[in-house]
Design a protein. Structure first.
Lengths: 330, 330
DNA sequence: TTGTAAGCGTTATCAC
DNA sequence: GTGATAACGCTTACAA
């Protein structure tokens, strides 16, 4: 690999001048500039990023932490972030936490070791107190997650409103026995707390009390959805509708429903979350809460870059609206 | 950030000894080792990777180039590679080429600039001649792509067999008018050439000649699938079955079919490719060609690491079998 | 077993 | 406008 010294030799100018050309400094004579450019071209020279990083430059790399890339919500999010970053000249270091605390910390270390200028976290496994110290080494932006006590910028969707709208829609359709799947544990301060509130609030307004046996916790995948359907079938008092935490779970429910001859929405109405491409492909089409993934991804990158350019920027929270998409499953 | 000199100061030993501890050198007295370990702990020290890279160490980073992460085939592939890499202590630099030649080259430069030890390419946009020079700087492994003249290790699936099996299955079901969607241009040496051969071969064996107006090129997405369905509806002589290049296209076809009252498989049999989760969720369930994504991802990482550990290793090609999954759409 | 010192490729500082 | 030089944090001969 050609390095800066090779360029120096070939061009006949000093190392500093070469560096200046590389970094587009204003006051260089055209003559020398040409010389350097030509040499760089000839040698097929590319500056060594490790050296630049070591020297304390920006790394032009941002890390993005996702729990599971195979979840379409996150793959679309990563897609949006990567595109926005690339346009601004940033590389994307992709980190999959697999919902593992240790792994998350490993990735946060990228910041400490100056391998990434900043990090976008789309999920949070550790407590804020654990994450907080890392903010000393560079900006962190939460995208899709919200931690009220955290002092970082956050881009989020109105999860409360999403759940509220969805459940209210079911109530308007005449349902009163509404089950609820959540990726969390249905605790007041834990994961998915806002959705929980939305669910509870909508029921409350309709004078319905929550039936704990219809609250199904820690559900994530298609397989989980299938299992949930079986659980429902075994209940003596069955719900007539289910609000699921994702289109994937909803899809799992629908597969199992079909197997067991349960008609949707006749026997059971189902509502998803995300509006992934599959929502439209399912039969019947899945009523769901659309999350504007592209927008939050883009916004997250924008905000991160702002923080990078202005370290004194005060963290802010941005909330984007979600939308109820009514199809045939409700 | 604490650096090695801080550790030196706190522990009272020399820089080299600290370095030796970091790198697990064998012959160090337990006494000093303890001292160093304690200091590292106390300072919350993490070695600076940029410095290590600059010094010529392995970067413990591998790059993985995908065309589009939102395609589930690739998100599952990335997932498998990332997991395998993490286990071996490698970070994954995620690169999305968006099927753009320039962008692909930008990413290959990671190798030149020693930001990545090696690269896994899951798609190839540039000609081999353009890519070839980059192999000087580190191993490249093709995963899912095959270029006969390329001198790199390749992990691939038997695409010929996949297409052949699928089309043969349609023929056995009594179809003779079989349309074909491809992501490429149906050329003898271009993209998807093996699948093209499989399609042609299966027809040939049944004494059927290819009808060019049923060959639909450059199809990739759900939207493409919807368009294809409309195209088919406008044909005077309609095919009775379609072999698609991916489950996404098949899904698009099915959405549009439903809209237009076309019965599947009655009016039109559809066969997908990949066996993505959605294949099972579609109604009717999608007959498709299963690609063992996890396996090829894992294998690709294994092979890359072998090359990394043994630079003289002769490139080899590994071919994994695909499988016909029969559901209700054929 | 341990320490000293050179060097990886850059860029920032200072002098000219 | 240009050039010499030090420094970033680390590893590795070489010496002791």
């Amino acid at each position: 690999m050609a390095n800066i010294s090779d360029v120096v030799r070939l061009s006949g100018v000093s190392k500093s001048t070469v560096s200046r050309v590389i970094n587009n400094y204003p006051h260089i004579s055209n003559e020398k500039k040409e010389l350097v450019l030509k040499a760089m071209e000839e040698l097929n020279y590319t500056p060594n990023l490790s050296a630049r990083r070591l020297r304390g430059q920006a790394t032009t790399t941002i890390g993005i932490i996702v729990p599971r890339i195979v979840n379409p919500f996150f793959s679309y999010l990563v897609d949006a972030i990567e595109k926005a970053g690339y346009q601004q000249g940033y590389q994307t270091l992709f980190c999959q936490s697999n919902e593992d605390k240790e792994k998350e910390l490993t990735f946060l270390n990228l910041l400490k070791t100056k391998q990434a200028d900043g990090i976008i976290m789309t999920s949070i496994e550790n407590d804020w107190e654990v994450i907080k110290p890392y903010t000393e080494h560079g900006p962190i932006v939460f995208c899709n997650e919200y931690v009220s006590e955290a002092n970082v910028s956050m881009i989020r969707l109105d999860q409360y409103q999403g759940a509220y709208m969805g459940v209210k829609h079911l109530i308007e359709r005449g349902h009163r026995k509404i089950a609820y799947c959540t990726g969390g544990l249905f605790t007041e301060f834990g994961k998915d707390k806002d959705r929980n509130r939305g669910y509870q609030r909508a029921l409350e307004e309709a004078g319905i009390t929550v039936n704990p046996s219809w609250v199904l916790v820690n559900q994530h995948t298609i397989e989980d959805g299938k299992r949930v359907m079986k659980q429902i079938l075994e209940m003596n008092d069955r719900p007539t509708a289910v609000f699921t935490g994702s289109d994937e779970i909803a899809g799992g429910l629908m597969i199992a429903a079909k197997e067991h001859g349960i008609s949707i929405p006749g026997d059971l109405a189902i509502i998803g979350f995300d509006d992934q491409p599959v929502a439209e492909m399912l039969d019947p089409g899945l009523t769901t809460i659309r999350q504007p993934v592209d927008q939050i991804g883009k916004k997250a990158m924008e905000v991160l870059v702002e923080h990078l350019n202005n370290p004194d920027l005060v963290p802010a929270t941005y909330e984007l609206p979600v939308e109820l998409i009514i199809r045939k499953s409700t």
